[in-house]
Design a protein. Structure first.
Length: 297
């Protein structure tokens, strides 16, 4: 069985719009782009891009990738994404890796996709997961492929959620369990990277980049306290056990400190999440998830 990447979804990464006043030309280009004035956007970005501004370089890549005011030109898009990626531009790295993949340069795409995966980019996680499943440009690794697909699904990428259902039919349960643990480790590594420990005031600071992008949202790095109690949530019963595991992969971030259990009920496998100290706490944790019910176990 071979997976096919949903490449149409990979073009949707947005523009890069720095907030500093010194990047007025780049901001003006974004404003023109949002008005539909693509020629004006390109005119504003090109001088900055030629001087080495990575945001402008990335945005010109988007212009040519999507064909906004110019004919679609994958070679030109790849050129500008590469220039941004070489300067460590997060979106540039992700789009450059995807562009290399689309242009048939699968092995060359891998290191750039790996960089984007390290930043927690769901589309890069999805695409590299497909490549690892197929052994396409990289050694086949179903455990890591499933782990990356879980992360992409948790990041809200519908294509990843659909692909997990396909993977469930072929990847053994033991490998999927290993992948669950690996996905947890990746999530922790991404949170740690987003919130590095503060440096000593006496430490020598590296020079600031020409463009300073907005910081990523803060996420608590400390793990939640271990929960206790005899109450659990039941989120359905499944004829196929892997479907219960897949659902946990989609909702796990909503239940920090809780663990899944997959008890059998006749021919069905239930997904239980807990523990919770009381029925009231369990029912409150259900939130908007349906079906969801509190059970004591």
């Amino acid at each position: 069985m071979r997976l096919t990447a949903a490449l149409l979804l990979l073009a949707s990464l947005g523009l890069s719009a720095p907030a500093l006043a010194q990047d007025a030309a780049v901001k003006a280009g974004v404003e023109a782009y949002n008005r539909g004035d693509y020629a004006g956007a390109l005119l504003a970005w090109r001088p900055a891009a030629e001087k080495g501004d990575p945001d402008a370089q990335y945005n010109i890549g988007q212009i040519y990738k999507l064909g906004r005011g110019v004919p679609v030109d994958m070679v030109e898009a790849e050129k500008w994404y590469r220039l941004a990626a070489l300067q460590g531009h997060d979106l540039g790295e992700a789009n450059y890796g995807m562009m290399l993949f689309e242009n048939g340069k699968r092995e060359a795409a891998v290191p750039w996709l790996e960089r984007a995966v390290a930043h927690g980019e769901p589309r890069a996680q999805y695409l590299l997961g497909v490549m690892l499943f197929n052994g396409d440009g990289v050694a086949k690794n179903w455990v890591r492929a499933y782990a990356l697909m879980l992360r992409a699904s948790a990041g809200g990428l519908d294509a990843a959620t659909r692909t997990l259902a396909q993977m469930d039919q072929h990847i053994p349960a033991a490998d999927r369990q290993q992948a669950q643990a690996l996905a947890q480790r990746y999530a922790q590594e991404t949170r740690t990277a987003a919130n590095p420990p503060a440096k000593s005031p006496s430490a020598r600071q590296a020079p600031l980049a020409t463009v300073t992008r907005a910081p990523k949202a803060a996420v608590a790095a400390a793990p939640p306290e271990r929960a206790t109690g005899s109450w659990r949530l039941q989120l359905g019963a499944f004829a196929t056990p892997s479907n219960a595991e897949r659902l946990w992969g989609q909702v796990r971030t909503r239940f920090p400190g809780r663990q899944p259990a997959y008890p059998k009920s006749g021919q069905l496998t239930r997904l239980l999440i807990g523990p919770f100290p009381s029925r009231a706490e369990a029912e409150k944790a259900c939130g908007t998830i349906k079906p969801c019910m509190a059970v004591q176990r």
